[in-house]
Design a protein around this ligand. Structure first.
Ligand code: GAR
Length: 200
């Protein structure tokens, strides 16, 4: 069983999908800690409710990003995988280099389209007809790491950021636990940008 640290910034529905998959026996992992960069967010409540250790490392209490990230690393401790689940801060190259191939992120678009903090807004503004979500390993860029799984959804003419994000979230909650399970089973082979899923 692999040990996870899950980093969140808000509502924590992606976190909840991971907790639920573990409880349902679909994901062979243990969340050793949930960390947030903001106080009082729902993700902390969700962790608490499931008896998972949870800590806020408030970014506002640190002048320098390096000090904030040092504290994050301290709290993360020894884990097999760091899971970014709606964590809205960009981690520095120094931080990422400490955990090679051991940080995963989910992003609400079909990367490389619409990276960054406003994927839904950017998707709608561009007039794209298909969007979705992407689980990828984190590299030193923003939303640029090797792609593990993607799922597509239709963009409807009358979509708002809320309706599109809700449709994408449903798929996020399926593919994120799946991607973590593939990692847990040692089935993700990474060669450069390319991730191959090994058969059982
Ligand atoms: C999710 O849609 C996730 O893909 C997105 O934030 C949301 C978090 O929702 N992440 C990013 O945009 C990262 N750039 P949640 O707090 O309910 O899990």
């Amino acid at each position: 069983m692999i040990k996870l640290a899950v980093l969140c910034s808000g509502r924590g529905t992606d976190l909840q999908s991971i907790i639920d998959a573990i409880q349902a026996g679909k994901l062979d992992a243990k969340i050793s800690i949930v960390l947030t960069d903001k106080p009082g967010v729902k993700a902390l409540e969700r962790a608490e409710k499931s008896g998972i250790k949870n800590i806020c490392v408030n970014r506002k209490n640190f002048e320098e990003r390096a000090d904030f990230e040092r504290k994050l690393s301290e709290e993360i401790g020894e884990v097999d995988l760091i899971v970014l689940a709606g964590f809205m801060r960009i981690l520095s190259p120094d931080f990422v280099r400490k955990y090679p191939g051991k940080i995963m992120n989910i992003h609400p678009s079909l990367l490389p389209a619409f990276p960054g903090a406003h994927a839904h807004r950017d998707t709608l503004a561009y007039g794209a007809k298909i969007s979705g979500c992407t689980v990828h390993f984190v590299d030193e860029g923003t939303d640029t790491g090797p792609i593990i799984l993607q799922a597509a959804v239709e963009v409807k003419d009358d979509d708002t950021e809320e309706t599109l994000s809700a449709r994408i979230l449903e798929r996020e909650h399926v593919i994120y636990p799946q991607a973590i399970q593939l990692f847990a089973e040692g089935r993700l082979k990474v060669e450069g940008r390319k991730v191959t899923i090994l058969s059982k």
